[in-house]
Ligand binder design. Structure first.
Ligand code: MN
Ligand code: MN
Length: 457
């Protein structure tokens, strides 16, 4: 397998740069799941998609070529284009997740200590805690007032905004700290975000914290109590950037799994009319086990297909079972790319490499494939054929050495519904770190792969 840059002609390079530039811009304004869903709906509506609820309300039947989406609580999204073939002949599904590791604010986040105001956090997903100190952080999310009004919050992204962050001990006094294991050198309870140091003149107690509240009240009209019903995430501040002096890579927060979410959505929206129904799922909560109403384990996706079946005139009880059993899915999620600095955790013959194309992963899991979806050989053979036909450069890998650890994705969840599923995505360096790295050539090949899959699976 060759480095795919060597194979590109000018047409490829132009298309690659166009897609990667759009991806970088999308990523810079789509750091958390709610922002991804909102911005994805905007892109879909530009292409003529409409909310399925409108369809249901109007009692309109669906037919081939119709484009609909289901917005699940603003945190996950399912899009469909109805095909010529009957829906019981199956759907070609792309599924990615749009949540990423971060620091969530606790329900009672504010406190003042020795004239500093802090936000108390509870980390979300698998992080190396020591990576999150001394970084510029931004706050993204929503505060929901008692009357139901949703106040969106983004602080720290505009050039003129302040940023916040977590302090660390100076090395001069870090002798004891440096003896600790990496997992405890920064403890979860110490990941508290410093947000202010200026007291209100006329206040005796918590004067710094009170000053912060005055600022929040003036800017957003919110009170301390309103944070009881809020979801605010502290994430690395700043835009996605070209990475490398040759600009061959992208550095950004949250590329697991927005690199696959964006390339899947882009391929889905660019896809010409298909004979089968096609779908793209962008889902929340993968990093903590796909739990909750907005995670992949929720029934929302099946409910959406049930609604669609009914609007297509399928009222028989078996329609959804037949549809899912005939469906194919790519679980679009990232893979741990080979890193020469950490080659000891990789099996070189079964690793994924930067610039070697989109990565198929037959199984993930840990301790002997536990928790994985093991895609069957027949399905992989079919996909190999589609990739070759679509001139897609791909590689097949595992997630690191057998006993090195492991991980999971949403693949097994739809597989449990009897859908044919395999993991398929982009290799990442520094996965789950505040700033992750991907290769542009792999993003382009993922896009081509998803496009070929939607049309031919
Ligand atoms: Mn992932
Ligand atoms: Mn992950």
């Amino acid at each position: 397998m060759d480095n795919v840059w060597k194979k590109y002609e000018d047409d490829d390079l132009n298309r690659l740069n166009e897609i990667c530039d759009d991806y970088r811009k999308f990523l810079s304004v789509s750091k958390i799941e709610r922002e991804v869903v909102k911005n994805s709906i905007l892109l879909a509506e530009e292409k003529g998609f409409r909310n399925l609820e409108e369809w249901i309300r109007e009692g309109k039947k669906l037919s081939a070529g119709d484009k609909v989406y289901v917005n699940n609580r603003g945190k996950s999204l399912a899009l469909f284009v109805i095909g010529e073939k009957d829906i019981t002949e199956g759907i070609n599904i792309l599924g990615a997740h749009v949540d990423s590791p971060r620091l969530d604010l606790k329900a009672n986040p504010f406190y003042e200590e020795d004239e500093f105001a802090y936000l108390d956090t509870h980390y979300y997903g698998g992080i190396k805690k020591y990576q999150w100190v001394t970084l510029p952080l931004a706050l993204h999310g929503v505060v929901v007032r008692k009357n139901g009004e949703v106040v969106p919050i983004v602080v720290g992204e505009d050039e003129s905004d302040p940023v916040v962050g977590i302090t660390d001990l100076l090395p001069h006094l870090g002798k004891e700290q440096m003896k600790k294991e990496a997992s405890t050198v920064i403890e979860g309870e110490k990941l508290d975000v410093l947000i202010g140091s200026m007291p209100l003149k006329e206040e005796e107690k918590d004067a710094v914290k009170k000053n912060i509240f005055m600022i929040l009240k003036n800017k957003y009209g919110i009170e301390e109590d309103d944070f009881l019903s809020a979801e605010i995430e502290a994430v690395p501040a700043g835009k996605a950037r070209d990475f490398g002096l040759d600009r061959s890579m992208i550095l950004a927060y949250g590329q697991d799994d927005k690199v696959c979410a964006y390339s899947s959505l882009r391929a889905f929206l660019d896809c010409p009319p298909c004979s089968k129904t096609i779908s793209c799922i962008l889902v929340d909560k993968e990093e903590i086990g796909s739990v909750g109403a907005t995670g992949m384990c929720s029934s929302f996706y099946e409910y959406a297909i049930e609604e669609i079946c009914e609007l297509l005139g399928h009222t028989e009880r078996t329609a959804i079972a037949r549809c899912l059993s005939a469906s194919c899915m790519l679980s679009s999620d990232v893979n741990a790319a080979y890193d020469p600095l950490y080659s000891d955790v990789m099996d070189k013959r079964n690793a994924s490499y930067f610039n070697h194309g989109v990565v198929f992963c037959k199984y993930t899991g840990s301790r002997g494939k536990s928790g994985s979806n093991d895609a069957d050989a027949e399905y992989i053979a079919k996909l190999r054929n589609i990739m070759d036909h679509g001139n897609v450069h791909f590689q097949i890998s595992e997630l690191g050495k057998v006993d090195a650890g492991g991980g999971g994705t949403i693949a097994y969840i739809l597989a449990n519904k009897n859908v044919n599923v395999i993991d398929c995505g982009v290799g990442v360096l520094s996965m789950h770190a505040p700033w992750e790295v991907t290769a542009k050539a792999d993003i382009y090949e993922a896009y081509k792969c998803y496009l070929a899959f939607l049309q031919e699976a």
